[in-house]
Each structure stands twice: as C-alpha cells, then as structure tokens.
Design a protein around this ligand. Structure first.
Ligand SMILES: *Cc1c(COP(=O)(O)O)cnc(C)c1O
Length: 379
C-alpha cells in the first residue's frame, strides 16, 4: 500500500486518454456517443459518470479506505442525498454541536419529510445509548464539532451502532482522511464538505459521501444518478488538484494553528481557547487514539461582545468570512454566520454566544497572522 501522500497524487492511475497528459483532462461534456446498439464506452451521460469526476471519486475512496465515493456539487447536496436513505418514521441521533447548515437541513427539511431527530452530546456515549428507540436508524456525528471542537469516540460509537443495527455517519470535514479515517474506525458512511480542506483554496464548492460497503454504495448510487447533484467536470478537476497538496497543507496549517492557539492563551482579553491540539483540551488524549493530527480549526471566547466585534472589523490579513480549510485564513462569528439558524437557547447552551469567534488557519506565515490579531486585539 502506497503512503497517503503518494495516494493523493496517484490514488487513481487509470488512464482516461492516450495523449500521456500528466494532469487528468477535464472532460467538459454532458454526454457520450455509443459505438453501437447496446454498446457503451463505459460512459453514457455525465450525471451518471464523467471521467474527470470518476478520477476524483476513485482517489477519495482510496484516501478514505472506502470502496466508493460520490462527488457532489456541495457538502449540503451530499447530506441532502444521504437523507434519501431514510423514510418517514425513522429516527436519527445527531451531535448537538453541528455545522449550522446540517442542523438546518435536519430541522427544516428532513423533519418535514417525517424523519425525527434527537440532538445529544455524542462525546458522551451514554447519551447516545439512552436516545436509541424503536425507529432509530442512524447516528450522525461530526468530530471534532463545529465550532466547539468536541471529540466523539468513533470506535466506541461504532461498536454501539453495530450492536443495535444502526448506521454510523461521520462528517470528516475538519480533519480529512489525512488525519482521520472514520471507515477504518468502524463508521459506515463518511460525509465531506470538499469546499474546505480537500479543495483547499476557497475557490469552489464540493461535497462527498464515501462508503465501505457494496450495498450502501448501490443504494446511494441509485439516488445519486436519479437526483443529480453531481460535481461538474471543471470543479472535479479543481478538487483533484487541491487533494494533491492536502498532506503538506494540513501539516503546515496545523503547525500554525498550534502557534496561534498558544498565543491566544496568553491574551488577557481571551477567556477560553478551544483547539484539540492543546494538551489542556479535554479530548486531547481521545483525539490521539483515533486521529493522527488535530487540524487547523480554533474557536475562542473573548471577554465581551465589543471585543469580538472590534476584532472582526479590524482584522486585515485574516478575512472575516464564512468557510474554512483554504489557503486564506478566515475568521467567523458563528452566532451570526454558520449558526444563525440554530435557536438561541440551544446555541447559548453549547457556548455559541456573542463572545465566541472561530478561526480557520490558512497558509500565511503564523507570525503574520499573530501580528494581525495583535493589532486587532489592541484598544
Ligand atoms: C461547510 C460544511 C458543510 C457543508 O458543506 P458545503 O460545501 O458548504 O455545502 C458540512 N459540514 C461541515 C463540517 C462543514 O464545515
């Protein structure tokens, strides 16, 4: 088996053309001719499959140690399709600290379609166990969570899920397969927003579902070709290109994140720093048991709402924008952006208040990022 870094570049060496092109071509075509009646080149119509997208999907399936990956036009499109596995009356237990868009999809679309949810702290396995009822079909976790950086023990939840006949779905957007491989830890389905670290350049949207099981692959592929939220050839190519540098970006972004987290700890206006890579983080050890790194996402709480607002309006190098995982560092105000649709009481109970900021560390020099924060913090 090749090293992960090599797989990012040669994770699928199938050849799609005869020119010897080193970079996979962008097959910008909607449809494919048939050589004769009842014959196919293997490609019929790009919603079903397109060689550029196929190259990307095979690469990602290899990186996640799955058997199949489907590439979508966004992370939310991947999640919306995933929900087609469930029927009215089904019940799902999900993390209570989720990407705001996932929360919105569950509450405003899936519930309308008769699927029922309970949101619990999945870091505490007894809460999952207590939540299981007759109609429970799946457990949905994000780990580390967004934005509070809580870690769920994937192996332990997978054992419980298998015992009780539930699917375990893991949103692996924050760590990517470079640092965490949920299928190898016992999960059934991995979800990604490819918009983030996998794409890595804040320039395109994408999403993925990855599975390790043939039956799940067949069921999801049927929904996939039927509903059509597939990733376009050019965007597939951008993801292929992004993934080639995933390991070096993750390493460097993580290194800078640790430096920034340590610096934040020394600031008087900072009341708490949530970064899984700090030994003081409550899930530091658990994280090392299931992941090979901590990622580059930090959230921190400042003393007052005014401080948060001042930082957001003063940062210059770091940009005040939603999203994460790209080469540009971004800062967000979860309360008003990613989690604006989560009811206030639920939000505040998790610590997502007017003093909480989230920082996605990019590839700029850590010293420059610290200097930028320094000037934004100063009165
Ligand atoms: C961004 C994000 C999503 C949604 O993905 P899009 O590509 O924005 O549709 C889902 N989960 C997590 C953890 C995310 O950060």
């Amino acid at each position: 088996m090749m090293d992960f870094s090599t797989l990012c570049i040669h994770g699928n060496d199938d050849k799609y053309d005869r020119t010897g092109a080193v970079s996979v071509p962008i097959f910008q075509t909607a449809t494919f001719t048939h050589p004769g009646v009842g014959q196919s080149t293997g490609y019929d119509y790009s919603r079903l499959q397109n060689p550029t997208r196929e190259h990307l999907e095979k690469t990602l399936a290899n990186l996640e140690q799955g058997i199949d990956a489907m590439a979508f036009s966004s992370g939310m499109a991947a999640l919306a399709l995933l929900m087609e596995l469930f029927s009215p009356g089904d019940h799902i237990i999900a993390s209570d600290d989720l990407y705001g868009g996932s929360h919105r999809l569950f509450h405003h679309i899936s519930e309308k379609n008769g699927i029922d949810f309970d949101f619990v702290n999945t870091s505490d396995i007894s809460q999952i166990e207590k939540g299981i009822k007759a109609g429970t079909k799946a457990v949905f976790v994000e780990t580390p969570t967004n934005p509070m950086m809580q870690v769920t023990d994937i192996r332990a939840v997978s054992r419980l899920a298998k015992e009780r006949g539930l699917l375990l779905i893991v949103d692996n957007t924050f760590l990517t397969p470079y640092y965490q491989k949920p299928l190898a830890l016992g999960a059934d389905i991995v979800l990604h927003s490819g918009t983030k670290f996998l794409g890595g350049h804040n320039d395109t949207l994408a999403g993925f579902l990855v599975v390790g099981d043939k039956d799940l692959s067949e069921r999801l592929r049927f929904f996939y070709k039927t509903t059509g939220a597939c990733l376009a050839p050019f965007d597939s190519w951008l993801l292929i290109r992004g993934i080639k540098t995933l390991p070096v970006r993750m390493e460097r972004q993580q290194q800078s994140a640790l430096q920034l987290a340590r610096w934040l700890l020394t600031q008087k206006q900072v009341k708490a720093v949530h970064y899984v890579g700090l030994p003081s983080h409550p899930d530091y050890q658990l994280s090392q048991k299931q992941a090979t790194g901590f990622g580059a996402m930090i959230s921190f709480e400042v003393d007052k709402a005014e401080t948060a607002e001042r930082i957001l309006s003063r940062v210059a190098l770091i940009q005040y924008a939603e999203s994460l995982g790209g080469v540009e560092s971004l800062i967000t105000y979860p309360m008003l952006q990613t989690h604006a649709d989560v009811p206030k009481e639920e939000r505040e109970a998790k610590g997502i208040n007017e003093r909480l900021l989230r920082l996605a560390v990019g590839l700029e020099a850590a010293e420059d990022l610290i200097a930028d924060l320094q000037q934004a913090f100063s009165n």
